[in-house]
Design a protein around this ligand. Sequence first.
Ligand SMILES: Nc1ncnc2c1ncn2[C@@H]1O[C@H](COP(=O)(O)OP(=O)(O)O)[C@@H](O)[C@H]1O
Ligand SMILES: CC(=O)N[C@@H](CCC(=O)OP(=O)(O)O)C(=O)O
Length: 296
Amino acid sequence: MADKEISAHDRARVLAEALPQLQRYDDATIVVKYGGHAMGDEHLLRQFARDIVMLKISGLHPIVVHGGGPQIGSMLERLNIKSEFQQGLRVTDRPTMDVVEMVLAGSINKGIVAAINAEGGRAVGLSGKDGGMVQARKVTTLINGQTGEEDVIDLGFVGEPESVDRRVLDIVSNSDLIPVIAPIAASRWGETYNINADTFAGAIAGAMRARRLLLLTDVPGVLDKDKNLIKQMTIDDSRKRIADGTVSGGMIPKVQTCIEALERGVEGVVILDGKVPHAVLLELLTDHGAGSLITR
Ligand SMILES: Nc1ncnc2c1ncn2[C@@H]1O[C@H](COP(=O)(O)OP(=O)(O)O)[C@@H](O)[C@H]1O
Ligand SMILES: CC(=O)N[C@@H](CCC(=O)OP(=O)(O)O)C(=O)O
Protein backbone atom coordinates (compact mmCIF):
# COMPACT_ATOMS: atom_id res chain seq x y z
CA MET A 1 0.00 0.00 0.00
CA ALA A 2 1.37 3.43 -0.88
CA ASP A 3 2.06 5.73 2.06
CA LYS A 4 -0.66 8.24 1.18
CA GLU A 5 -3.32 5.48 1.25
CA ILE A 6 -2.71 4.85 4.96
CA SER A 7 -5.16 6.83 7.05
CA ALA A 8 -4.07 8.92 10.03
CA HIS A 9 -6.09 6.52 12.18
CA ASP A 10 -4.14 3.50 10.90
CA ARG A 11 -0.83 5.29 11.46
CA ALA A 12 -1.80 6.05 15.05
CA ARG A 13 -2.91 2.44 15.59
CA VAL A 14 0.43 1.10 14.35
CA LEU A 15 2.32 3.52 16.60
CA ALA A 16 0.18 2.55 19.60
CA GLU A 17 0.84 -1.14 18.85
CA ALA A 18 4.50 -0.49 19.54
CA LEU A 19 3.99 0.41 23.22
CA PRO A 20 3.66 -3.13 24.68
CA GLN A 21 6.56 -4.27 22.49
CA LEU A 22 8.72 -1.36 23.64
CA GLN A 23 7.89 -2.19 27.25
CA ARG A 24 8.70 -5.84 26.65
CA TYR A 25 12.08 -5.10 25.08
CA ASP A 26 13.07 -2.20 27.35
CA ASP A 27 16.82 -2.51 28.07
CA ALA A 28 17.03 -5.77 26.06
CA THR A 29 20.04 -6.66 23.94
CA ILE A 30 19.09 -7.45 20.36
CA VAL A 31 21.69 -8.91 18.01
CA VAL A 32 20.91 -8.28 14.35
CA LYS A 33 22.83 -10.21 11.69
CA TYR A 34 22.73 -8.29 8.44
CA GLY A 35 23.55 -10.70 5.62
CA GLY A 36 25.32 -9.80 2.40
CA HIS A 37 22.26 -10.74 0.34
CA ALA A 38 20.01 -8.56 2.49
CA MET A 39 22.25 -5.51 1.97
CA GLY A 40 20.94 -5.11 -1.56
CA ASP A 41 20.61 -1.45 -2.44
CA GLU A 42 21.30 1.92 -0.82
CA HIS A 43 17.65 2.54 -0.03
CA LEU A 44 17.35 -0.72 1.95
CA LEU A 45 20.57 0.07 3.81
CA ARG A 46 19.15 3.48 4.81
CA GLN A 47 15.94 1.86 6.06
CA PHE A 48 17.93 -0.75 7.98
CA ALA A 49 20.07 1.99 9.55
CA ARG A 50 16.95 3.94 10.56
CA ASP A 51 15.48 0.86 12.22
CA ILE A 52 18.65 0.33 14.24
CA VAL A 53 18.73 3.98 15.36
CA MET A 54 15.05 3.78 16.25
CA LEU A 55 15.67 0.71 18.44
CA LYS A 56 18.56 2.46 20.19
CA ILE A 57 16.66 5.61 21.02
CA SER A 58 13.72 3.49 22.15
CA GLY A 59 15.80 1.98 24.98
CA LEU A 60 16.91 -1.29 23.37
CA HIS A 61 20.58 -2.22 22.87
CA PRO A 62 21.04 -3.29 19.24
CA ILE A 63 24.32 -4.95 18.23
CA VAL A 64 24.86 -5.36 14.48
CA VAL A 65 26.92 -8.25 13.08
CA HIS A 66 27.26 -8.15 9.31
CA GLY A 67 28.16 -10.55 6.53
CA GLY A 68 29.17 -9.68 3.00
CA GLY A 69 29.62 -12.98 1.15
CA PRO A 70 28.45 -11.68 -2.26
CA GLN A 71 30.58 -8.51 -1.91
CA ILE A 72 33.68 -10.60 -1.08
CA GLY A 73 32.86 -12.74 -4.12
CA SER A 74 32.79 -9.70 -6.45
CA MET A 75 36.08 -8.36 -5.12
CA LEU A 76 37.79 -11.76 -5.49
CA GLU A 77 36.50 -11.93 -9.05
CA ARG A 78 37.86 -8.45 -9.82
CA LEU A 79 41.23 -9.56 -8.47
CA ASN A 80 41.06 -12.82 -10.45
CA ILE A 81 41.22 -14.95 -7.30
CA LYS A 82 39.15 -18.13 -7.59
CA SER A 83 36.92 -18.97 -4.64
CA GLU A 84 34.96 -22.07 -3.65
CA PHE A 85 32.63 -23.08 -0.86
CA GLN A 86 32.42 -26.33 1.09
CA GLN A 87 29.14 -26.81 2.95
CA GLY A 88 28.43 -23.09 2.93
CA LEU A 89 31.93 -22.03 4.07
CA ARG A 90 34.44 -20.21 1.84
CA VAL A 91 37.74 -22.04 1.46
CA THR A 92 40.12 -19.29 2.62
CA ASP A 93 43.82 -19.29 1.70
CA ARG A 94 46.09 -16.40 2.70
CA PRO A 95 45.41 -14.09 -0.30
CA THR A 96 41.67 -14.76 0.09
CA MET A 97 41.89 -13.97 3.82
CA ASP A 98 43.47 -10.59 3.01
CA VAL A 99 40.59 -9.75 0.67
CA VAL A 100 37.94 -11.03 3.11
CA GLU A 101 39.30 -8.81 5.89
CA MET A 102 39.66 -5.82 3.57
CA VAL A 103 36.06 -6.09 2.36
CA LEU A 104 34.35 -7.06 5.64
CA ALA A 105 36.27 -4.93 8.15
CA GLY A 106 36.82 -2.18 5.55
CA SER A 107 34.21 -1.03 3.09
CA ILE A 108 31.21 -2.99 4.36
CA ASN A 109 31.77 -2.28 8.04
CA LYS A 110 32.41 1.41 7.46
CA GLY A 111 29.47 1.64 5.03
CA ILE A 112 27.06 0.39 7.70
CA VAL A 113 28.66 2.65 10.34
CA ALA A 114 28.26 5.66 8.04
CA ALA A 115 24.65 4.74 7.21
CA ILE A 116 23.71 4.50 10.91
CA ASN A 117 25.48 7.78 11.68
CA ALA A 118 23.73 9.49 8.78
CA GLU A 119 20.40 8.58 10.41
CA GLY A 120 21.46 10.23 13.67
CA GLY A 121 22.99 7.23 15.47
CA ARG A 122 26.54 6.82 16.75
CA ALA A 123 27.92 3.58 15.43
CA VAL A 124 31.32 2.11 16.22
CA GLY A 125 32.88 -0.30 13.72
CA LEU A 126 34.65 -3.28 15.24
CA SER A 127 35.81 -6.75 14.32
CA GLY A 128 36.20 -9.73 16.62
CA LYS A 129 39.84 -8.67 17.04
CA ASP A 130 39.02 -5.42 18.84
CA GLY A 131 39.47 -5.62 22.59
CA GLY A 132 40.06 -9.36 22.13
CA MET A 133 36.27 -9.68 21.73
CA VAL A 134 36.30 -13.03 19.93
CA GLN A 135 39.05 -15.62 19.99
CA ALA A 136 38.93 -17.89 16.96
CA ARG A 137 40.03 -21.46 16.40
CA LYS A 138 40.45 -23.17 13.07
CA VAL A 139 37.49 -25.20 11.80
CA THR A 140 38.73 -28.77 11.38
CA THR A 141 35.52 -30.79 11.18
CA LEU A 142 32.09 -30.22 9.67
CA ILE A 143 28.82 -32.11 10.05
CA ASN A 144 27.98 -33.53 6.64
CA GLY A 145 24.46 -32.34 5.71
CA GLN A 146 23.67 -35.60 3.88
CA THR A 147 25.13 -38.26 6.18
CA GLY A 148 25.03 -36.43 9.54
CA GLU A 149 28.62 -37.68 10.09
CA GLU A 150 31.59 -35.47 11.00
CA ASP A 151 33.93 -34.88 8.04
CA VAL A 152 37.54 -33.87 8.73
CA ILE A 153 38.31 -30.90 6.49
CA ASP A 154 40.92 -28.22 5.84
CA LEU A 155 39.36 -24.94 4.72
CA GLY A 156 42.48 -22.85 5.38
CA PHE A 157 41.84 -19.76 7.49
CA VAL A 158 38.21 -20.54 8.29
CA GLY A 159 37.54 -20.22 11.98
CA GLU A 160 34.83 -20.48 14.57
CA PRO A 161 34.48 -18.56 17.84
CA GLU A 162 36.27 -20.34 20.66
CA SER A 163 35.46 -17.73 23.30
CA VAL A 164 33.85 -14.29 23.56
CA ASP A 165 35.04 -11.54 25.92
CA ARG A 166 32.08 -9.23 26.52
CA ARG A 167 34.04 -6.27 27.89
CA VAL A 168 34.18 -4.06 24.79
CA LEU A 169 30.57 -4.85 23.88
CA ASP A 170 29.33 -4.13 27.39
CA ILE A 171 31.04 -0.74 27.39
CA VAL A 172 29.96 0.26 23.89
CA SER A 173 26.47 -1.15 24.04
CA ASN A 174 25.63 0.35 27.46
CA SER A 175 26.38 3.84 26.16
CA ASP A 176 24.75 5.75 23.31
CA LEU A 177 27.02 3.90 20.86
CA ILE A 178 25.93 1.11 18.52
CA PRO A 179 28.47 -1.67 17.85
CA VAL A 180 28.77 -2.86 14.24
CA ILE A 181 30.94 -5.99 14.04
CA ALA A 182 32.72 -7.71 11.14
CA PRO A 183 33.01 -11.52 11.53
CA ILE A 184 36.80 -11.67 11.60
CA ALA A 185 38.81 -12.76 14.63
CA ALA A 186 42.31 -13.81 15.65
CA SER A 187 43.39 -17.08 17.21
CA ARG A 188 45.28 -17.13 20.50
CA TRP A 189 48.45 -17.14 18.38
CA GLY A 190 47.40 -14.02 16.49
CA GLU A 191 46.43 -15.61 13.17
CA THR A 192 43.46 -14.03 11.40
CA TYR A 193 40.39 -16.19 10.67
CA ASN A 194 37.33 -15.80 8.46
CA ILE A 195 34.16 -16.74 10.36
CA ASN A 196 30.72 -17.34 8.86
CA ALA A 197 28.67 -14.32 9.89
CA ASP A 198 25.69 -16.37 11.15
CA THR A 199 27.97 -18.43 13.39
CA PHE A 200 29.69 -15.27 14.63
CA ALA A 201 26.36 -13.55 15.39
CA GLY A 202 25.14 -16.64 17.26
CA ALA A 203 28.22 -16.62 19.49
CA ILE A 204 27.83 -12.89 20.22
CA ALA A 205 24.12 -13.30 20.99
CA GLY A 206 24.88 -16.23 23.30
CA ALA A 207 27.63 -14.39 25.18
CA MET A 208 25.45 -11.27 25.54
CA ARG A 209 22.39 -13.37 26.61
CA ALA A 210 20.48 -11.48 23.94
CA ARG A 211 16.70 -11.34 24.14
CA ARG A 212 16.49 -11.75 20.38
CA LEU A 213 18.85 -12.73 17.57
CA LEU A 214 17.54 -11.63 14.18
CA LEU A 215 19.11 -13.23 11.11
CA LEU A 216 18.29 -11.09 8.07
CA THR A 217 18.50 -13.03 4.83
CA ASP A 218 16.87 -13.00 1.38
CA VAL A 219 14.01 -15.46 1.95
CA PRO A 220 10.90 -14.86 4.12
CA GLY A 221 12.20 -17.32 6.74
CA VAL A 222 12.28 -21.10 7.02
CA LEU A 223 9.93 -22.56 4.39
CA ASP A 224 8.18 -25.94 4.56
CA LYS A 225 8.13 -28.46 1.68
CA ASP A 226 5.24 -26.51 0.02
CA LYS A 227 7.26 -23.29 0.30
CA ASN A 228 4.97 -21.88 2.99
CA LEU A 229 6.56 -19.86 5.77
CA ILE A 230 6.94 -21.72 9.08
CA LYS A 231 6.03 -18.95 11.52
CA GLN A 232 7.19 -20.65 14.69
CA MET A 233 9.14 -23.76 15.62
CA THR A 234 11.02 -25.28 18.54
CA ILE A 235 14.56 -26.65 18.65
CA ASP A 236 13.14 -30.18 18.24
CA ASP A 237 11.07 -29.15 15.17
CA SER A 238 14.17 -27.48 13.72
CA ARG A 239 16.28 -30.63 14.12
CA LYS A 240 13.54 -32.68 12.45
CA ARG A 241 13.33 -30.23 9.53
CA ILE A 242 17.08 -30.56 8.96
CA ALA A 243 16.97 -34.36 9.23
CA ASP A 244 14.05 -34.73 6.78
CA GLY A 245 15.68 -32.40 4.24
CA THR A 246 13.12 -29.55 4.46
CA VAL A 247 15.98 -27.32 5.55
CA SER A 248 18.98 -27.58 3.22
CA GLY A 249 21.96 -25.65 1.82
CA GLY A 250 22.74 -22.29 3.38
CA MET A 251 19.72 -22.64 5.68
CA ILE A 252 21.36 -25.54 7.59
CA PRO A 253 24.15 -23.49 9.26
CA LYS A 254 21.60 -20.75 9.90
CA VAL A 255 19.19 -23.05 11.74
CA GLN A 256 22.11 -24.73 13.56
CA THR A 257 23.27 -21.29 14.69
CA CYS A 258 19.76 -20.64 16.02
CA ILE A 259 19.75 -23.90 17.96
CA GLU A 260 23.17 -23.19 19.52
CA ALA A 261 22.22 -19.60 20.41
CA LEU A 262 19.02 -20.79 22.12
CA GLU A 263 20.97 -23.43 24.02
CA ARG A 264 23.36 -20.71 25.22
CA GLY A 265 20.47 -18.73 26.70
CA VAL A 266 19.17 -16.49 23.88
CA GLU A 267 15.40 -16.23 24.33
CA GLY A 268 14.29 -16.31 20.71
CA VAL A 269 15.82 -16.31 17.25
CA VAL A 270 14.10 -15.04 14.13
CA ILE A 271 15.10 -15.77 10.52
CA LEU A 272 13.52 -13.10 8.32
CA ASP A 273 13.68 -11.37 4.95
CA GLY A 274 16.00 -8.37 5.12
CA LYS A 275 14.71 -7.18 1.75
CA VAL A 276 11.33 -6.33 3.27
CA PRO A 277 11.44 -2.60 4.08
CA HIS A 278 11.82 -2.02 7.85
CA ALA A 279 11.96 -5.79 8.51
CA VAL A 280 13.60 -5.18 11.92
CA LEU A 281 10.92 -2.77 13.15
CA LEU A 282 8.12 -4.96 11.82
CA GLU A 283 9.52 -7.93 13.69
CA LEU A 284 10.21 -6.24 17.01
CA LEU A 285 7.72 -3.40 17.35
CA THR A 286 4.51 -4.57 15.66
CA ASP A 287 2.12 -7.49 16.19
CA HIS A 288 3.08 -8.87 12.80
CA GLY A 289 6.18 -11.01 13.26
CA ALA A 290 8.08 -10.84 9.99
CA GLY A 291 9.70 -14.29 9.72
CA SER A 292 10.28 -17.66 11.42
CA LEU A 293 10.59 -17.50 15.21
CA ILE A 294 12.57 -20.34 16.80
CA THR A 295 12.33 -20.86 20.55
CA ARG A 296 13.37 -23.55 23.01
N1 LIG B 1 13.60 -24.70 4.17
C1 LIG B 1 14.20 -23.62 3.66
N2 LIG B 1 13.63 -22.41 3.82
C2 LIG B 1 14.21 -21.28 3.32
N3 LIG B 1 15.38 -21.28 2.63
C3 LIG B 1 16.01 -22.46 2.44
C4 LIG B 1 15.46 -23.67 2.96
N4 LIG B 1 16.29 -24.67 2.63
C5 LIG B 1 17.31 -24.12 1.95
N5 LIG B 1 17.17 -22.78 1.82
C6 LIG B 1 18.11 -21.90 1.12
O1 LIG B 1 18.86 -21.16 2.08
C7 LIG B 1 19.16 -19.86 1.54
C8 LIG B 1 19.57 -18.88 2.65
O2 LIG B 1 20.90 -19.16 3.05
P1 LIG B 1 22.14 -18.25 2.53
O3 LIG B 1 22.08 -18.12 1.04
O4 LIG B 1 23.38 -18.82 3.12
O5 LIG B 1 21.76 -16.85 3.19
P2 LIG B 1 22.67 -15.54 3.60
O6 LIG B 1 23.57 -15.26 2.47
O7 LIG B 1 21.63 -14.50 3.86
O8 LIG B 1 23.41 -15.91 4.87
C9 LIG B 1 17.90 -19.52 0.80
O9 LIG B 1 18.11 -18.54 -0.19
C10 LIG B 1 17.45 -20.87 0.23
O10 LIG B 1 17.96 -21.04 -1.07
C1 LIG C 1 33.89 -18.80 6.33
C2 LIG C 1 32.93 -17.99 5.48
O1 LIG C 1 32.28 -18.54 4.61
N1 LIG C 1 32.86 -16.69 5.75
C3 LIG C 1 32.02 -15.79 5.03
C4 LIG C 1 31.97 -14.48 5.78
C5 LIG C 1 30.91 -13.51 5.30
C6 LIG C 1 29.49 -14.03 5.47
O2 LIG C 1 29.18 -14.98 6.19
O3 LIG C 1 28.58 -13.28 4.76
P1 LIG C 1 27.01 -13.60 4.48
O4 LIG C 1 26.31 -13.62 5.78
O5 LIG C 1 26.63 -12.46 3.60
O6 LIG C 1 26.93 -14.94 3.76
C7 LIG C 1 32.56 -15.55 3.58
O7 LIG C 1 33.76 -15.57 3.37
O8 LIG C 1 31.71 -15.32 2.71
